[in-house]
Design a protein around this ligand. Structure first.
Ligand code: URA
Length: 264
């Protein structure tokens, strides 16, 4: 934890100290026998066994990956087909470090969609968005205006957890965006709420802080949506957990959303 490691990636822990102790013992044994220890770099040119990296498949070129993302997303004519398309898609690097695809949760016929930034550790474990501490607050926020997950749809700008909960890069977001757009087209909601700055930037191309954007309505459009969808940015629940003083503004925003849903 002190070194910044907060996730085990393998199913089973590997004790690297035992491995290096074994190598040292082998080297010592050879040295005692008068031979050069195996760890001494070979005089011949070429990489030593220790510096050679395991071979990996070459990463997809970003332009090919974006082309694949657009083609796969466009071919999906249902939410299930879109999830299957994402499961096939290997172009986004986040997939390599994530445990699960975090596709979305809620009612695909919902009138309102909430889009967050990206899955965290608990979401990665369960394969569902907003199920960790900020998800619990989001559920309370929804309940405060009479909503629950049977009446809304919840997803993120990226579908796999960024390692260490960092903000998704522009490249990762761009590669996931064709799938997010298709998700919006398939649900075709009446309203969109973005949660946090990165979601407002990715969905609405608004770069100002949420403090300046909140309380206002913007438009979300894609070529295949029949009409632009009214969209409003809100503070991310994780931010509200860190800065509870802003819950007052979030409450005002929720009331604004409730009024719009009620036809006001
Ligand atoms: N934060 C997000 O932005 N999305 C989640 O799904 C969880 C935490």
């Amino acid at each position: 934890m002190d070194a910044g490691v907060d996730e085990c990636i393998n199913d089973e822990p590997v004790n690297r100290f035992t491995e290096s102790a074994g190598l040292k013992a082998a080297a010592q044994g050879l040295a005692d026998a008068g031979q050069a220890p195996a760890l001494t770099p070979a005089p011949t040119p070429g990489p030593s066994p220790i510096t050679r990296l395991p071979s990996r498949p070459a990463p997809a070129r970003p332009d090919t990956a974006l082309h694949d993302a657009c083609a796969l997303a466009a071919s999906a004519d249902s939410i299930e087909a879109l999830r299957a398309a994402l499961e096939q898609f290997d172009g986004c690097g986040l997939k390599k470090t994530a445990t699960n695809l975090v596709f979305g949760d809620g009612n695909p016929q919902a009138r309102i969609v909430f889009i967050g930034e990206g899955p965290g550790a608990e979401e990665d474990r369960q394969g569902l968005p907003f199920v960790g501490p900020s998800g619990k607050l989001l559920d309370k926020m929804l309940a405060s205006i009479g909503l629950d997950r049977t009446q809304v749809y919840i997803a993120n700008t990226v579908f796999w957890r960024p390692p260490g909960n960092r903000t998704p890069t522009m490249g990762e977001t761009v590669l996931c965006m064709p799938f997010v757009e298709r998700l919006m087209e398939l649900i075709d909601p009446e309203f969109l709420v973005t949660l946090g700055g990165p979601a407002a930037k990715a969905m609405l191309a608004e770069t100002a802080g949420v403090g300046r954007l909140r309380g206002k309505w913007f438009s979300y459009a894609t070529p295949k949506l029949s009409r632009p969808i009214p969209a409003t940015p809100m503070f991310h629940p994780a931010y509200l957990l860190r800065s509870p003083a802003h819950k007052r503004e979030a409450w005002a925003d929720l009331l604004m959303v409730r009024d719009r849903l009620a036809g006001g």
